[in-house]
Design a protein around this ligand. Structure first.
Ligand code: NI
Length: 501
């Protein structure tokens, strides 16, 4: 039974899509390739390590599996040390998708404008945008963006909530959720109890300026502000709490439904039932079959004799990964997938199918942060949470870590060593994320290949997935044998970095 949001395949954001929103109306909608047949009811609340950070209470964050079949758009770029990664959900609801795409696209555009290529300060600017599910029920869904922006001196965090009706596809405004006059008074009172918070910094209407309305796990109403918006920047994001009893008197019926959907979530209805799954081959029938999660080991290859080469796919799994698995299966090739924990969480069945087909899975961190900007314990969390979800959903234990942007320092090496992972980089960068051209991606992969090469591509781009059959054909014609990175490297040392075999 399909529940929640039908999969409307995706969409990938061409370079221009970050500049020309919305994606919802202009993007091709590939058929879903994952049969949505949840095997369990969603376990709502996720571990805090993958949720929000703020001074004050943080919103309840739910497992995205609640919105089964949700489709994510990923836009990842690294140009001249300007690093951008954005990942956002699409629901198959035009108004909602347009508002969401516009928010993310505008944020990327503003960042690119603020930090034009060639004028960077000494440290690389970084924009990282993710998302969390706040609430789900048959009548209301909430989610929030989760943003980090580093401008070369210090980082700033932001967030923004979106509430909508999954039946009609209408967005809810703050006025739909609460009595704004009463809420303004309650907000002012809440601010009085917090030292260092000055609501006047947010302008004449702080409630209207607050980017986040959400609920704590115990049902308190949270009004959230961006870093530096109402307090010293060192405070981080700030949320003010209006206790549940008081909030009851200000919430509308919709607002109370939003609160209930936060603390007692249930699956929303299917909203785009036209997206019927179209399996592309045996490996794409995605209902996890316990026996299918036992990975078949790839055929033994002696890379001392054979001219070995490894194809690696970063930033997935995503809506095009199943199609890619079909290409690999037909060619009899095993590849290595450096997965994001957040994407595995959104596409658990695809992650399982990748492993079941005998491919290798490595760690690309939870949400694609530049690890050199994080503390050792934050790096450990990025790696550990991703290792855990890969083990849980794909049933394999990764041996390799590929740090986002290839960014490494001594802390990253040490964390990789602690986690028992070797650092797997690459020596052939196809720049597929930039060209979004199947032809250029094929040409770059073939031109750059040497014995022992590790080729970097991304399975989040349909243009890249379309390039794979030709890459395999042309490199095989030159005598190359495709292997996984672990096959290519043989014995590896945790914490050590490898660019090729
Ligand atoms: Ni990446």
């Amino acid at each position: 039974m399909r529940r929640g949001f039908a999969v409307v395949g995706l969409v990938l954001c061409l370079q221009a899509c970050a500049i020309t929103p919305p994606t919802g109306t202009v993007t091709p909608r590939a058929p879903a390739t994952t049969a949505a047949s949840p095997t369990s009811t969603a376990t709502p609340t996720r571990s805090a390590e993958d949720g929000f950070t703020a001074s004050g209470d943080v919103p309840a964050v739910l497992d995205p599996e609640l919105l089964d079949g949700i489709v994510t758009t990923v836009d990842s770029r690294s140009e001249f040390a300007r690093r951008i990664f954005a990942n956002w959900p699409q629901f198959g609801l035009p108004l909602v998708d347009e508002a969401v795409s516009t928010h993310y696209s505008d944020t990327i555009r503003d960042f690119e404008r603020d930090y034009p290529v060639g004028t960077q300060p000494t440290a690389a600017p970084e924009l990282n945008l993710g998302w969390h599910v706040l609430a789900g029920s048959p009548s209301v869904v909430g989610f929030a963006s989760d943003g980090y922006e580093f401008g070369g001196a210090s980082g700033a965090r932001s967030w923004r909530s979106f509430w909508f009706d999954p039946r009609s596809g209408a967005l809810y405004s703050a006025a739909d959720l609460l009595d704004r006059n009463a809420a303004r008074t309650a907000l002012a009172t809440a601010a009085l109890t917090r030292s260092g918070v000055d609501l006047a910094q947010a302008g004449a209407d702080p409630l209207g300026a607050a980017p986040l309305l959400a609920f704590s796990p115990s049902g308190d109403l949270l009004v959230g502000f961006d870093q530096c918006q109402v307090a010293a920047c060192a405070e981080g994001r700030v949320s003010l709490t209006i206790p549940r009893g008081q909030a009851d008197t200000l919430l509308t019926a919709t607002g109370r439904a939003a609160r209930d959907a936060s603390i007692h979530p249930s699956a929303p209805p299917a909203v785009a039932p036209t997206a019927s799954p179209t399996p592309t081959g045996p490996t794409t029938s995605a209902t996890p079959d316990p026996s299918a999660t036992t990975p078949k080991p790839p055929a033994k290859v002696n890379c001392r004799k054979a001219t070995c080469i490894a194809l690696t796919f970063d930033d997935g799994p995503g809506p095009h990964t199943q199609k890619l698995l079909g290409h690999l299966r037909r060619a009899g090739v095993h590849a290595t997938f450096f997965m994001l924990g957040s994407q595995v969480e959104a596409y658990p069945k695809v992650a399982s199918a990748v492993a079941a087909a005998g491919n290798e899975i490595g760690v690309h961190t939870w949400d694609h942060r530049d690890l050199t900007r994080l503390t050792p314990s934050q790096i450990d969390r990025e790696i550990g949470s991703t290792v855990r979800i890969i083990r849980k959903d794909a049933g394999v234990s990764p041996r390799l870590l590929r740090p986002p942007y290839g960014a490494m320092n001594a802390h990253v090496h040490a964390a990789a060593r602690r986690a028992g992972l070797a650092l797997a980089l690459w020596d052939v960068d196809t720049l597929d994320w930039k060209t979004r051209s199947t032809k250029k991606t094929v040409a770059a992969a073939v031109r750059g290949a040497r014995r022992g090469s590790i080729i970097l591509v991304h399975d989040i781009h349909p243009t890249t997935v379309a390039a794979v059959p030709a890459i395999i054909r042309k490199l095989r014609a030159k005598g190359y044998t495709f292997v996984t990175v672990s096959q290519l490297l043989g014995r590896t040392k945790p914490g050590q970095k490898y660019f090729h075999g």
